[in-house]
Write a protein that binds this ligand. Structure first.
Ligand code: ADP
Ligand code: MG
Length: 461
């Protein structure tokens, strides 16, 4: 009998004893601690001599009968030992075990709850803060997301995360959900793709029967929450009825002081036919951008995958992949996975040569820097590059500056913060310059020719 079996066995015996012996002896029974059951002898220890004497003298046959019945051994009997220290010791041990069991039970319960909540919140287990590699491209967005996770509805509401495909928007957004479920389990989290929201809305408004009831169910589903995570809001484009409904959902949550997190592959004003009302709501909190990671961050992301999957990969192979997949982390991961799978299936090592053989990347990746773009642009317009970085404001210089900023954004995908820094300007100025050129490029032929010629000089077309 191991210690757990012994404990169970004794609990049964004790329960039976309490049920069949008079109440006056219950305190004696409670003083008994079980110490072992060996060759039909159940040894119990008490710290009270009276307990041993009284039970032995008056109830021994009764007790033995119960031990025999429960152990299904007709020769079994009890041995009651009086030993103050041993009794104390056993009691302490028993309490320890009990506490541990309780802890395990609670932990299991908590894990059950956690995975239940994660799945009902609709979250992917991989998308946690722990798995998110921080780099210059995302540290601002990361700290904003962390701030929201730590104090929902108190910091930035809504938090609007935007950036191109595959740069970690969904990951970062869901990390807020996981963090909340783990640290603040009373809060209700819901992740929804905008597509699913729209389909759900359409199917509920179409049902002719009970349409009022259906709509109220729909509203409850999306507003009876503490934190809503709405992914890829750009899919609302041109869908008027869904926009109206989204505005209602947004207002209901916002007015109840609930946290809203939204992602989009572009700024609200670039979403076709997005109503002014919604655009202004999305801009009301904090907008953060995710941009492509620099080389070191990409290396870090692959190293993390290598470690997590316990793979032996040549460092040069890691660097080769990181160098060649710079615009999209999903593609970066895809390239890694492809080499991994090939190595595993063919029993080969993860080497630089293997990576080259599988991925066949074009080596001459365009290595455009802000410097190079500024250099070529200022030569084209025949102005001094130093003037562009400085504060000069004449028409020619400011056009050159705006075009250079536009091209930096367009050709490197770097953030407006980084571009602003380079040109000694605020990030809002960089953003404004970019928008200016972008809005004129189709109608101003002189400008569009200039941009084409500069791009040719940069060898990107
Ligand atoms: P998006 O929603 O912007 O299209 P995702 O969030 O789906 O991008 O990210 C694409 C893939 O890249 C995911 O597998 C995600 O885990 C991974 N990823 C993105 N950013 C990071 C990061 N900073 N660290 C580690 N993995 C990342
Ligand atoms: Mg996404």
């Amino acid at each position: 009998m191991n210690s757990i079996e012994l404990k169970r066995f004794w609990e049964k015996v004790k329960e039976e004893l309490i049920g069949s012996l008079p109440e006056s002896v219950h305190p004696w029974l409670y003083s008994l601690e079980v110490s072992g059951f060996d060759k039909g002898v159940l040894t119990v220890v008490t710290g009270q001599a009276m307990a041993r004497d009284w039970l032995k003298k008056n109830h021994l046959d009764n007790i033995n009968a119960i031990v025999q019945e429960i152990s299904k051994n007709e020769n079994a009997r009890i041995n009651i030992i009086y030993d103050v220290n041993a009794a104390k010791q056993i009691k302490k041990e028993a309490e320890k075990i009990h506490k541990k069991e309780l802890e395990i039970q609670l932990k299991e319960q908590a894990m059950d709850n956690l995975s239940y909540m994660q799945s009902s919140a609709n979250l992917n287990l991989k998308y946690k803060f722990e798995n998110f590699v921080i780099g210059d491209n995302n540290k601002f967005a990361h700290s904003a997301a962390m701030a929201v996770a730590k104090s929902p509805s108190k910091k930035y509401n809504p938090l609007f995360i935007y950036g191109n495909a595959g740069l970690g928007k969904t990951h970062l957004m869901q990390a807020i959900g996981h963090y909340t479920i783990f640290n603040n389990p009373k809060l209700k989290v819901k992740y929804t793709k905008t597509d699913d929201y729209i389909n759900d809305f359409i199917s509920n408004s179409r049902k002719t029967n009970n349409s009022i009831e259906n709509m109220s169910k729909f509203n409850k589903k999306y507003t009876n929450i503490d934190i809503i995570l709405i992914d890829d809001i750009q899919f609302l484009e041109s869908k008027e009825k869904s926009m109206e409904r989204m505005q209602h959902t947004f207002d209901t949550l916002y007015n109840k002081g609930k946290q809203i997190v939204i992602t989009s592959d572009r700024l609200p004003n670039d979403i076709p036919k997005l109503t002014e009302a919604l655009a202004s709501r999305f801009q009301m909190g904090l907008m953060v951008e995710l941009t492509p990671p620099d080389l070191n961050t990409r290396i870090e992301i692959i190293r993390k995958l290598v470690n997590d999957n316990d793979i032996n990969a040549e460092d040069d192979a890691i660097k080769y992949i990181a160098k060649n997949f710079s615009k999209n982390i999903r593609e970066l991961e895809g390239a890694f996975t492809k080499v991994c799978a090939y190595a595993e299936l063919n029993n080969k090592d993860f080497t630089l040569n293997l990576a080259k053989e599988i991925l066949k990347c074009k080596e001459n990746e365009n290595n455009l820097t802000f410097d190079k773009i500024l250099d070529v642009t200022s030569k084209y317009y025949k102005v001094d590059a130093k003037e562009i970085i400085g504060n000069a404001r004449n028409q020619r210089i400011s056009t050159t500056r705006q075009v250079a900023i536009y091209l930096c954004r367009e050709l490197t995908n770097q953030s407006f913060e980084a571009i602003g820094d380079f040109f000694n300007k605020k990030h809002t100025t960089a953003m404004y310059s970019y928008e200016q050129i972008k809005s004129k490029i189709d109608t101003n032929s002189e400008l569009s020719i200039a941009i084409r010629e500069i791009k040719q000089a940069l060898k990107v077309i």
